[in-house]
Design a protein around this ligand. Sequence first.
Ligand code: CA
Length: 230
Amino acid sequence: MTTEIIKILIVEDEWKIARFLQMELEHEGFKTAIEANGQRALERIIQEAFGLVLLDVMLPEMNGIEVCKRVRELSEIPIIMVTAKDEIEDKVVGLDTGADDYLTKPFAIQELLARIRAALRKHKPAAAPCVENALRIKNLVLFPSRYQAKVAEELIDLTKKEYDLLEYLVRNKHVVLDRQHILQKVWGYEYLGDTNVVDVYIRYLRSKIDERFGEKYIHTVRGVGYVVKD
Ligand code: CA
């Protein structure tokens, strides 16, 4: 048995259910947090170090199935999906999207605790999430530790310089970056070429990402430079 206290994120928009689960889980010795909004739950799962997620399906802003799919692009964190009885077809979808297990409301708390223990056993505690550093914009996900970028689970073939440029743009999303600035940050102060190289590499990135996946990420700001937007 590990002495580490596991923190569980309860994603549930019905406050009474969320509070009930929180009390029961804390009674069992887990730490917990509650999140009622699907989009925010996704952000928290990516940013905070939870050990397991209890994920309701019907949620405001982003449903649990979508949250699960997106988390799975980044992390192997155990996820137990929870839904109401009449949404039974969600079960198939839920497991397809990579949930570890599935529970139908109403459920006995002992049943939930057994499923939680089983899901935690399956996952080694040492399996650190490779998620802290991942950067995301829409369907584009960057993994700085591996110099990799994916769109919808598909790895994009990028040169080191293309990756560097993309990461720099993504890290500064919504900030308009001029060519000189990009050149200094990505190519370095000692680079002696002209700023056209930025335009050339932006073209490479657009053909590999925007054009290939039919979604606009890199926007031109006329007379200034470029900006990546959600
Ligand atoms: Ca709900």
